[in-house]
Design a protein around this ligand. Structure first.
Ligand code: 3PY
Length: 248
C-alpha cells in the first residue's frame, strides 16, 4: 500500500516574513490527514525551513541540485549542501528547468544519481508538452524521460525515487489533466518502471502535478496510480495547500 504524499513547489516565490506565515499556517492546520507533506523551497530558505519545521510533520527540500559534489561550479548547490540543511527531497527535471535551462534527460538522470548518493530522495519530474500530446507522442516522451533515469540507476535504487507526472500544458495554466488522462499516464509510467524493477514499480510513489487545487484534488487522488500531488500555485496559500492535503 503506497502512502500519499503532497509536496508544495514554491518555485521562485517567497520572502522570510511570508514564508513564516505560510509555514506556520500549514503546521497549525495539519491534523491526522492521510498524506505526508513537504515543501520544496528556493535554496536560501532551506535554513528557515530547518529552523521553523524541525519537529513538525512537514518535511522540506530543494528545487534543483548540482550533478557535482563540490568545486568550481559557481551558482550550483550540491546535494550534500541540501542535506546539510535537513532537506529530505529535491526536485529533478521540473519542466521549467528543462525548458528554461535546457536540462536534458541525461542531465536530469545525473541529478537524480547525485541526490541519491547524498541520501536525498529525488522527485523526478516528467511530462509532455501540448504539441507532443497532440502529436500522439505522450508515451514516447515520458517514457524517454523516465528511461534515462532508470538507465542511470542500479535496479535496487529504483525504489528510492519519487516520480512526478506533470503535463507541461497543465503547469501554471489553470488547465488540469482529467483524472483519467492522469491515471493513464501514471499507470503507463509504473509499467515502464516495472521493466527495470517490478517490485519497486509497485511501491514507488507517482505524484500528479499541474494545476492541482482543493477543488480537483479529491478526484485526482482517488485514482489508483496517483499517490499524491506536486503542487505549484496552490502551495503558496496555506488554506489551499491544506485543502489539497485534506482531499486525500
Ligand atoms: C504546477 O502545478 O504549476 C507545478 O509546476 C508543480 O510543480
Amino acid at each position: 500500500m503506497r502512502h500519499k504524499l503532497v509536496i508544495g513547489n514554491w518555485k521562485m516565490n517567497g520572502n522570510r516574513a511570508a514564508n513564516t506565515a505560510l509555514l506556520s499556517g500549514i503546521v497549525a492546520g495539519l491534523n491526522d490527514f492521510g498524506a505526508d507533506c513537504a515543501v520544496c523551497v528556493p535554496a536560501p530558505y532551506l535554513a528557515q525551513c530547518q529552523a521553523e519545521l524541525a519537529g513538525t510533520p512537514v518535511a522540506w527540500g530543494g528545487q534543483d541540485v548540482s550533478i557535482h559534489a563540490e568545486g568550481a561550479y559557481t551558482g550550483e548547490v550540491s546535494a550534500a549542501m541540501l542535506r546539510d540543511f535537513g532537506a529530505t527531497y529535491v526536485l529533478c527535471g521540473h519542466s521549467e528547468r528543462r525548458a528554461y535551462h535546457h536540462e536534458s534527460n541525461e542531465l536530469v538522470a545525473q541529478k537524480a544519481v547525485a541526490a541519491l548518493a547524498a541520501g536525498l530522495t529525488p522527485v523526478v519530474c516528467v511530462g509532455e508538452s501540448l504539441a507532443q500530446r497532440e502529436a500522439g507522442q505522450t508515451e514516447d516522451v515520458i517514457c524517454g524521460q523516465l528511461q534515462a533515469v532508470l538507465d542511470a540507476l542500479q535496479p535496487d535504487q529504483v525504489a528510492d525515487i519519487i516520480l512526478a507526472y506533470e503535463p507541461v500544458w497543465a503547469i501554471g495554466t489553470g488547465q488540469t489533466a482529467t483524472p483519467q488522462i492522469a491515471q493513464d499516464a501514471h499507470r503507463f509510467l509504473r509499467n515502464c518502471m516495472a521493466n527495470k524493477n517490478a517490485a519497486a514499480a509497485a511501491t514507488v510513489q507517482i505524484l500528479y502535478g499541474g494545476s492541482m487545487k482543493p477543488e480537483n484534488a479529491k478526484e485526482l487522488m482517488a485514482q489508483p496510480d496517483i499517490d499524491g500531488g506536486l503542487i505549484g500555485g496552490a502551495a503558496l496559500k496555506s488554506t489551499d495547500f491544506l485543502g489539497i492535503i485534506q482531499a486525500v
